[in-house]
Design a binder for this molecule. Structure first.
Ligand SMILES: [Zn+2]
Length: 184
């Protein structure tokens, strides 16, 4: 199982690479890597397991964060109605998005970033993501709220983008015109 020792930190070159597409159908090795990403996120949200293994809680993890430059992400997060979005995807892609923007009131964090970068991170309010599940079956997911933000954060990792790249350096809490504020 993955622990914080497997997660590379800000400054590591892999975090700035464009990750490679995963050939479909997935190999057993790639399936194992994908499963381990989701397992980390789930374990990290279990207080007992997190404490036992020193896991920092997270709602998403991307393969580049464990130094694997391949297009894989895992997300395990609930929306404001407590609906669970638990996905492990190969080659996730945003195929459409709203014009409207959204941001987390509390800002974003990242398991690969130990320091805090306060500020609003503008994202699309709604996205549709297409990807392939662990069996290589195509899935399409419509997202809004926190799950939408989380998917966009993880897909950014596949393109070498960190959340703080989106923060306005001169004025981190500048009002984002017409954007939805997500308060959780
Ligand atoms: Zn991250």
């Amino acid at each position: 199982m993955l622990t914080m020792d497997d997660i590379i930190r800000d400054g590591h070159p892999t975090l700035r690479k464009i990750a490679e597409e995963v050939p479909m159908p997935p190999s057993d090795e790639d399936k194992q890597i994908l499963a381990s990403l989701l397992e980390y996120v789930v374990n990290s949200q279990n207080n007992e397991t997190a404490e036992k293994y020193g896991l920092r809680p997270g709602i998403g993890l991307a393969a580049p964060q464990i130094n694997v430059a391949k297009r894989m992400i895992a997300v395990h997060v609930t929306d404001d109605k407590d609906k669970l979005y638990s996905y492990a995807l190969f080659n996730p892609k945003i195929i459409s998005h709203s014009v409207e923007k959204a941001y987390l009131k509390a800002g974003e964090g990242c398991l690969s970033v130990d320091e805090s970068f306060p500020g609003f991170v503008p994202r699309y309010a709604r996205v549709t993501v297409k990807g392939y599940d662990i069996d290589g079956k195509e899935v399409k997911i419509r997202l809004k709220g926190l799950p939408s933000i989380c998917f966009q954060h993880e897909i950014d990792h596949l393109n070498g983008i960190m959340f703080y790249d989106h923060i306005d350096k001169a004025n981190p809490f500048r009002n984002i015109e017409g954007a939805i504020e997500i308060d959780r």
